[in-house]
Design a protein around this ligand. Structure first.
Ligand SMILES: C[S@@+](CC[C@H](N)C(=O)[O-])C[C@H]1O[C@@H](n2cnc3c(N)ncnc32)[C@H](O)[C@@H]1O
Length: 273
């Protein structure tokens, strides 16, 4: 079974309009796999029924559920490792010197999913630097209210914890909750998570020293990538950094960042205009 062409078009237009995520026709199977559980939850018989309901009611809550169901929230602890090495060996030591007067560091995980990326940054800062007296603002945002809610709980299954979290950090920062784990109060108090659509009005104000924008630009068309990268340029502090996913780049899209290699990892430093 696959999703009828007209239904697929309706869903992909809706998802594109609300999130900029581009669903190509070969993703028909994905629409089916992601929406069938929602269809079942809603007590409907098919994706066709869901589309009829969307067309008739224009119900914002239902639309948001569909869009959220179509997001890919894949993430893990210290994902790809290199960016975290760049942070530890290059970026943070540099910020400790540059920001010595304002005594603050702000880091934004701009598509934070269920929180592993931002919590990895928090643990890295806490274990590798003495930031006594510094104001450290670590915050994450994501389009999906569901993943934001989960990130706020700091609650992870054994399977999730097994994806890249070193045992020393597990012992130091997590407590058991039955078969699962929960980030302890100390770790949770270092971070905050909010819902924000990268193509909607931004609630984040600059200056931000480092933005992790990883594994999300891949879902967008070039015009959307350009708009987001330009907007980020205006919130990143002078000399601040943008960290993208392994397969993402600013090349050929915008020229307001300078690629630099720090600790073997390619990151992007804001250029002044
Ligand atoms: C693959 S995850 C990446 C998580 C993390 N940055 C990492 O690299 O492990 C992509 C995230 O982008 C979010 N996302 C997709 N479109 C978005 C948009 N328009 N605004 C904000 N977040 C969006 C999804 O909800 C999803 O949680």
């Amino acid at each position: 079974m696959s999703v009828a062409e007209a239904d697929f078009t309706y869903i992909s237009d809706l998802v594109g309009e609300k999130s900029a995520i581009r669903l190509r026709p070969e993703k028909n199977y994905l629409v089916e796999a992601r929406l069938l559980p929602l269809v079942k939850d809603l007590g409907m018989a098919s994706i066709g029924d869901l589309v009829v309901s969307l067309r008739l009611k224009k119900d914002r809550t239902l639309e948001a559920k569909v869009v959220e169901a179509m997001t890919t929230n894949e993430t893990s602890w210290f994902r790809d490792n290199h960016p975290f090495e760049a942070l530890k060996k290059g970026i943070i030591p540099e910020l400790l010197q540059r920001n010595v007067v304002r005594h603050s560091i702000r880091i934004w995980s701009a598509a934070s999913s269920t929180g592993q990326e931002l919590l990895s940054i928090a643990m890295l800062l806490d274990t590798s630097f003495d930031l006594t007296g510094w104001k450290v603002d670590l915050f994450g945002t994501d389009l999906s209210s569901e993943v934001v809610a989960k990130a706020r709980t700091g609650h992870y299954s054994g399977l999730e914890v097994n994806r890249g979290l070193p045992v020393t950090l597990l012992v130091r920062y997590f407590e058991r909750a039955g078969r699962d784990y929960v980030a302890n109060e100390a770790l949770r108090s270092m971070v905050r998570f909010d819902q924000m659509n990268l193509i909607g009005p931004w609630t984040v104000r600059g200056p931000v020293d480092v933005v992790f924008l990883r594994n999300v630009l891949i879902y967008f068309d070039i015009d959307v990538k350009r708009r987001i990268l330009e907007q980020l340029h205006s919130v990143i502090a002078p000399g601040g950094y943008l960290v993208l996913g392994a397969s993402e780049t600013t090349l050929g899209i915008v020229d307001c960042y300078e690629p630099v290699t720090l600790a073997g990892s390619l990151v992007h430093r804001k250029k002044e205009r």
